[in-house]
Design a protein around this ligand. Structure first.
Ligand SMILES: [Zn+2]
Length: 356
C-alpha cells in the first residue's frame, strides 16, 4: 500500500534527477543543483501527500571536490552534507575508506556474535549449528550481495568460524583448509553448509547483479512503466541456479578428491538422499528433532568417519568395541549397562547416524 500510495509524489518529482524509493526511504542522485531542486520540491509537495521529509535525517553524500559547493547550496536547508559516506538500505555508499570502515564495523560485530555462539556450542552444539546456518550466515551473505569487492574484508569471519565455532560444534581441533572447503558444501552434498564468507562474496554479488539486472536497468532508465518481464526474469534465475548447481557438483567432486580415502567413503554415503536431513532440519523439541551434545557430535563423527569420543572399550558380547562393531554386532552393539540410556539418547537420530 505504501509503495502504491507514494507513486503520485514520485511522478511529480520526475525529471529533476534520478530517484529510487524503497517504502518511505527516498533517494536521488544527480548534480548538486538538480538535487537541491528535487529536495525543495519534495519538501514543498510532500506534506500534501502525507509525506514529511525530515532534513535532519537526510544526508547528501558528495565527492570530496564538490563538498564545499554542496554545503553552500544546501546551507539553511537542514540537510546534512558529507564527503565520506552513509549507510544505505543495509549497504553503504561513499568513499572507498568509508565503505571499508562500514564493513569492518559489521565484521567486528559478527565476529563477536560468532564468539558468543561458539561458547553456546560448547554445551549446545546443535542449537548453535542451527543458529549459524539458519540465521547468522545470511547477514554477511546479504552484505556480499550489496557491497562490491569486500571479500578481503570478510577474512576475519573466516578465521573466527574456523578456529572458534567449528571446533566448538564438532568437538575437534580447528579444520584444515580442505576440511573447511568440505564443511562449506551444502549438507546434501556432504558438507555442513558453514560457508567461507570471503570465498563466497564475489559469487553472491554476481548472482545478485544477474537476477536483479532488469530492475537495475529500469531504475537507471527511470522507467515509469512497470515493464518487468516476469517470464524472462524467471528464466534468468533458473539458468543461474542450474549453472550454480553444476559448479557446486564440480566443486564437491574436486574437494572429495583431496580427502583421505576413509573420509571419501564416508562423504559419499552422506550424499545419499535423506542422509543429511537431521542436519538441515530445525531442531524443534516438540517434534523430537533436538540432539543433545553427545548425540549431535557422535552423529557428526559417523558422518565424517571420525571415531566418536567416550566409546566403551568392550561390547556386551565380549569383543572390542568400535564403530564398525557397533553397526554389525548381533547383540546390538551396546554394553549392557549403558544400552537403555543410549537407546533413549539416540531415539531422534535417523538410521544413518544411529548406532542402534
Ligand atoms: Zn558386540
Amino acid at each position: 500500500m505504501y509503495g502504491l500510495a507514494t507513486i503520485p509524489i514520485i511522478r511529480k518529482l520526475d525529471g529533476l534527477c534520478k530517484q529510487v524509493w524503497y517504502a518511505d526511504d527516498s533517494a536521488a542522485i544527480g548534480k548538486i543543483g538538480q538535487l537541491h531542486d528535487w529536495w525543495n520540491k519534495l519538501a514543498a509537495i510532500g506534506p500534501a501527500f502525507g509525506y514529511f521529509p525530515n532534513p535532519s535525517k537526510t544526508w547528501l553524500v558528495t565527492k570530496q571536490n564538490h563538498h564545499d559547493r554542496a554545503t553552500n547550496i544546501f546551507a539553511g536547508s537542514g540537510v546534512n552534507v558529507t564527503p565520506e559516506g552513509r549507510p544505505y538500505l543495509g549497504a553503504a555508499i561513499g568513499s572507498r575508506e568509508y565503505i571499508a570502515e562500514y564493513v569492518n564495523t559489521k565484521v567486528q560485530l559478527w565476529s563477536s556474535s560468532i564468539n558468543t555462539l561458539s561458547n553456546i556450542a560448547k554445551s549446545q552444539p546443535h542449537a548453535a549449528y542451527s543458529a549459524i546456518t539458519h540465521g547468522l550466515l545470511s547477514k554477511w551473505t546479504y552484505l556480499s550481495r550489496v557491497v562490491p569487492n569486500l571479500s578481503h574484508l570478510l577474512v576475519p569471519l573466516d578465521n573466527t568460524l574456523r578456529t572458534k565455532l567449528i571446533p566448538a560444534i564438532t568437538g575437534r581441533p580447528p579444520p584444515n583448509s580442505v576440511e573447511c572447503d568440505l564443511y562449506a558444501l551444502l549438507a546434501r552434498l556432504s558438507g555442513l553448509a558453514i560457508t567461507i564468507p570471503s570465498k563466497l562474496a564475489d559469487k553472491e554479488l554476481h548472482h545478485s547483479l544477474t537476477v536483479t539486472s532488469s530492475l537495475t536497468d529500469h531504475i537507471l532508465a527511470q522507467d515509469n512503466e512497470y515493464g518487468y518481464n516476469i517470464v524472462r526474469d524467471q528464466q534468468l534465475k533458473k539458468r543461474e541456479v542450474s549453472k550454480d548447481n553444476r559448479n557446486r557438483q564440480e566443486d564437491t567432486a574436486s574437494i572429495h578428491q583431496q580427502l583421505p580415502d576413509g573420509l571419501q567413503k564416508a562423504v559419499e554415503l552422506s550424499k545419499t538422499k535423506g542422509a543429511s536431513t537431521w542436519l538441515t532440519v530445525l531442531p524443534l523439541s516438540e517434534h523430537g528433532f533436538t540432539l543433545h551434545k553427545s548425540a549431535f557430535q557422535d552423529a557428526l563423527a559417523l558422518r565424517y568417519g571420525w571415531t566418536p569420543t567416550r566409546l566403551p572399550s568392550k561390547c556386551n558380547c565380549g569383543k572390542n568395541f568400535n564403530v564398525e562393531h557397533a553397526l554389525s554386532c548381533a547383540k546390538g552393539g551396546f554394553p549392557r549397562n549403558v544400552k537403555a540410556q543410549r537407546n533413549k539418547r539416540y531415539h531422534s537420530i535417523p538410521s544413518h547416524g544411529s548406532m542402534q
